[in-house]
Unconditional design. Sequence first.
Length: 308
Amino acid sequence: ELGWISKVYVNRPAVVRHAEQIKKWKTVEGNWQAAWLLKAVSCIDLTTLSGDDTPSNVQRLCFKAKHPIREDLLKALDMHDKGLTVGAVCVYPARVSDAVNTLKAVGCNIPVASVAAGFPSGQTPLETKLAEIRLAVEYGAQEIDIVISRSLVLTGQWEGLYEEIRLCRAACGEAHMKTILATGELGSLANVYKASMIAMMAGSDFIKTSTGKEVENATFPVGIVMMRAIKEYYWQTGYKVGFKPAGGIRTAKEAITWLMLVKEELGVEWLTPELFRLGASSLLGDIEQQIFYHVTGSYALQHELAMA
C-alpha cells in the first residue's frame, strides 16, 4: 500500500523536543524500580556478536540467560520461583547450534535468535541472504534478526524493499522475524517511518532500530517514529507488531526509560517479551548491580556478580 507512505511528513523539531522531554522523566524508585528492572530482564535479547565468539562463551551466555539474576537476590524479592529468564539468546548463525544444544542440556526453553541476511552491512546478494536465513533456521534458531539493504531506502525503492523483506519472511518459515532498519544510516526520520511501514507490510513480527554496529544506534527520536508507525499499522490492520531498540542501551535507567516510552506510546499490552525486546550485551550486568543495591543497600564488588 504505497499510499500509506506517499505523503509522509515527520515534524523533526517536535520529535526531538519530545525526545528531550523523555530524558528528563523522573525514574521510579524502591520496589517499583525493582519491578520495572525485572520486567526489563524478561525482555532482553542477551547477545554476543563478536568475531571471537566460541562455543564456551556462548555456553556461558546461555547459563546467564537462564539465571539472569542471582538466586539470593530473587529470594529477597520473592521472585525466586517465578521462572525469570531473559527473552532470548542472540548469536551469529555459526553459533546457533552451540546455543540450542546448551539450552536443551540445561532444560531451558529460551528461544535462540540468530542475526542473518548479511548482518550487519546488508551488502550481500539476496540469494546469499536467503540461504543464510534457511541455514540459521535449520540449525535451530526460533527467531531471525534480518537487516535491510539501506540502499533501497536511500534511493526510494520501496517495492524492492518490500519484496526483499517478503522473501526473507518466507525463508524464515515458522521462525519469528525481526527486521533491523539500521536507522542511523537511513538519512531521515521520514525514511525511518516509511521503512517501518514497509517492513510491517512485508510480514515482520518485530521492527528493530539497529544492528549495534552503526555510529548511531537506538535513540529516542527514532524510537518515537517507529512506535508511531507500529500504532498506525495496528489501527489500519489490527495486527500487533513488536518493537526492539538495540545498540548502546547499557544502563538500568535507560532500560526503564525505554519501557516507560513503550507504555506511553503503545500501551501496557506491548510490555511483554512477545511484543517488546531490548537488544543488549552489557545491560544485564548493570540491572543486576542495581537490584543488588536495592536488596543490600550497597553496590556489589566485581567478584560478587562474576557472571555479569
